[in-house]
Design a protein around this ligand. Structure first.
Ligand code: GLN
Length: 305
């Protein structure tokens, strides 16, 4: 495994076309696109990394997997009255479907859906309390108490978040947001600004590898059925309008973020985190996807056999 990862890092390092870093969030625009990291956390507890695997990056939309998991824990199936579970086929920050579908986002992973989920877990609490709860959950599943939020990224998102504010207000106009919009957005921007390295991120996905139970710590996080459902949503919706392409090329449930990270799950086998800040046209890590494609070719981990 170490050889495979080192080879991937060497190939990726030689790549000229690294994609484009997200520049609509100024704090992400200054990240060096030449960085790359990959970590594989196996179900048996072994962890392999190569590249800049200790460097922290902004997990951005990957956090939506964690907030969805928390929302399912609090609301159960009532979550599905707030958001759908269909691929959107539209960009992550699109507003068009919301009007046709009365303010109900297609799925919990597009921005509108994740904002609706942030509203659902706030339940009248202060954003600070909810963020503490989200952080506590992420630290628990990653088994690492050092994980925190990059406040500079959160402020940067807040200052340039007109599109997300539009989505939130538009949903509120359909009566779909129950807490003050500012509180919902503050919660959303902050959970997107959680900073992790690939080692922490790979460990945080382990509960989705072993039927809802972290195979290393032995703790149960969600039921088997819930873990299956989260994985299926990641496969169908985790890469926005690039989800089909990701399933075609990689064949694993995965969730991307505009910070350039991807968390991918090989059920029963491994949790994989990659990070390369440059993005493709639809906002998914360009070289991160290529690295996962190579890893799956080497290991045969595609869920499609
Ligand atoms: N915080 C980012 C945003 O709202 C998340 C987008 C993403 O990672 N795709 O635009």
């Amino acid at each position: 495994m170490q050889e495979i990862l080192d080879e991937i890092v060497a190939t990726i390092g030689a790549s000229d076309d690294r994609g484009k870093v997200a520049d609509y969030i100024p704090q992400l625009a200054c990240v060096d696109p030449n960085q790359f990291a990959i970590t594989v956390a196996l179900a048996d507890g072994r962890v392999f990394s190569s590249g800049d695997s200790e460097r922290l990056f902004s997990i951005q939309s990957i956090s939506k997997v964690f907030t969805l998991t928390i929302a399912l824990g609090k609301l159960g199936d009532a979550v599905w009255s707030r958001v759908g579970r269909e691929p959107s086929g539209d960009p992550f920050n699109s507003i068009v479907q919301l009007e046709h579908e009365q303010g109900k986002p297609r799925n919990p992973f597009i921005n509108a859906g994740a904002i609706a989920i942030a509203d659902a877990i706030l339940m009248g609490h202060q954003p600070k309390e909810t963020l503490a709860e989200i952080l506590q959950f992420v630290r628990f599943i990653a088994d690492d108490d050092s994980i925190g939020i990059d406040e500079k990224v959160a402020q940067s998102e807040l200052l340039t978040g007109d599109r997300n504010a539009s989505l939130a207000h538009f949903m509120a106009s359909f009566g779909r947001i129950k807490n003050p919009v500012d509180c919902v957005l503050g919660t959303y921007f902050h959970h997107c600004s959680i900073a992790m390295n690939t080692e922490q991120l790979a460990r945080s996905g382990l509960f989705l590898v072993d039927n809802g139970r972290n195979p290393v710590t032995g703790t149960r996080v969600v039921s088997t059925q819930r873990a299956r459902r989260i994985n299926s949503l990641m496969l169908m919706c985790g890469h926005y309008d690039g989800s089909g392409e990701f399933a075609f090329r990689v064949g694993l449930p995965g969730k991307s973020g505009v910070g350039g990270g991807i968390l991918a799950i090989a059920p029963g086998t491994a949790s994989i985190a990659v990070w390369s800040p440059g993005l493709d046209e639809v906002g998914n890590s360009k070289l991160g996807t290529e690295a996962l494609e190579k890893l799956v070719q080497h290991t045969g981990w595609s869920i499609f056999g």
